[in-house]
Design a protein around this ligand. Structure first.
Ligand SMILES: NC(=O)c1ccc[n+]([C@@H]2O[C@H](COP(=O)([O-])OP(=O)(O)OC[C@H]3O[C@@H](n4cnc5c(N)ncnc54)[C@H](OP(=O)(O)O)[C@@H]3O)[C@@H](O)[C@H]2O)c1
Length: 325
């Protein structure tokens, strides 16, 4: 099969196309013929090997997993031992291992049936960013109808799902992004939009019940000012948090503040859960959620896709399309 491989950490130029043998699904896994794979910050972090503590798990000197890619959508091509849920031919999406390849293995419990009314190409960007948005709103900040929600980083992969899901939950949504992407965030259903270079979200006349903090690394004092007395913040991401600590100090200070006040600052890590993926699919089928795929790249253009993601050129998501032959 054709696949992207990387033998060392580094910029997108470390990625190249190669021919590899088909992977074999282990117990509890299936082999998926990949139709599309999502491009996200998780893949980028594993490509560059930063923040550095990642390397302790994913390979000290070089990546243990040579083929990048986490998100996938495709068709089950073979079923490993102890898998009852899936059969050959099922159209699925979810999270696998090495999905920038024509075939990839995935755990059976990290997949869901692809939504009926969405092309597989678009399903390939749904799992990672969609789960993150869903769990940040539902579990970390428990957003309820009528509440005011602020999404920092509203135009990106996670953010564009968060805006749509918060809206579907019945919240009043304010999205923060750059000036060029304000219209896009409005089109997702945000009631209000703010340009992070010009507007101060903490100066808004009404305070927010929940903040989904995906980008920008706003100082805690600013988040506190923007937050209602019983408001909640989910720390989802932020790319300038440092190459060693990854902004952990802000999260630790937030955890400390949560112990002494009524505002809650919640460190957040998404979990790869097939049941939640099925919820995302149901919301796609009901019309509440639609992945925005800004551009589809061919497999050999995966390095360009990651470079453009890093440069901030994406609205919503990029996808990689895998050739059938
Ligand atoms: N905790 C978890 O489990 C988890 C899961 C998934 C992702 N993440 C993290 O979440 C972060 C975002 O991921 P993503 O896939 O959504 O990335 P992405 O697609 O690159 O989106 C990031 C967005 O942030 C915006 N942005 C940059 N500076 C900002 C600021 N000061 N205020 C508001 N928005 C700003 C960018 O807008 P412009 O391009 O307009 O500047 C861009 O649209 C990353 O740090 C990622 O590692 C965490």
């Amino acid at each position: 099969m054709r696949a992207i491989v990387q033998d060392r950490y580094g910029p997108s130029s470390v990625l190249r196309v190669d021919e590899l043998p088909l992977p074999t699904p282990a117990a509890g896994e299936v082999l998926v013929r990949v139709v599309a794979a999502g491009v996200d910050r998780g893949v980028w972090h594993l490509m560059v090997g930063r923040p550095y503590p990642l390397r302790a798990v994913f390979g000290l000197l070089r990546p243990k997993q040579r083929v990048p890619g986490l998100d996938l959508a495709g068709v089950v091509a073979a079923v490993g031992p102890q898998v009852e849920r899936w059969s050959v031919g099922d159209a699925v999406f979810g999270i696998g291992r090495g999905t920038y390849a024509q075939f990839a293995c995935a755990r059976a419990d990290k997949l869901a049936r692809a939504p009926a009314n969405l092309r597989l190409e678009r399903c390939g960007v749904l799992a990672m960013s969609g789960l993150t948005a869903l769990q940040a709103l539902r579990d970390a900040t428990a957003v309820k109808a009528g509440e005011r929600v602020l999404v920092l980083g509203a135009a990106g992969g996670v953010g564009h799902f968060a805006v749509q899901l918060a809206r579907a939950l019945g919240a009043h949504v304010t999205g923060v992004c750059s000036a060029e992407k304000l219209d896009f965030v409005r089109s997702l259903g945000a009631h209000a939009v703010l340009d992070y270079r010009r507007d101060d979200f903490a100066a808004a006349s009404q305070r927010f019940d929940a903040i989904i903090d995906i980008a920008g690394n706003a100082p805690l004092a600013r988040l506190r000012r923007a937050l209602a007395p019983r408001g909640r913040v989910a720390f989802v991401g932020g790319e300038n948090g440092g190459e060693w600590t990854f902004g952990l100090e802000r999260q630790l200070a937030g955890a400390l503040l949560s112990r002494f006040g009524t505002q809650r600052f919640v460190p957040f890590l998404a979990h790869e859960d097939g049941a939640d993926m099925a919820q995302l699919a149901a919301r796609v089928d009901s019309g509440e959620l639609a992945p925005h795929v800004e551009r589809v790249f061919a497999l050999e253009d995966a390095p360009r896709a990651l470079a453009e993601l890093e440069a901030g050129r994406v609205r919503g998501k990029f996808a990689i399309a895998l050739p059938a032959e």
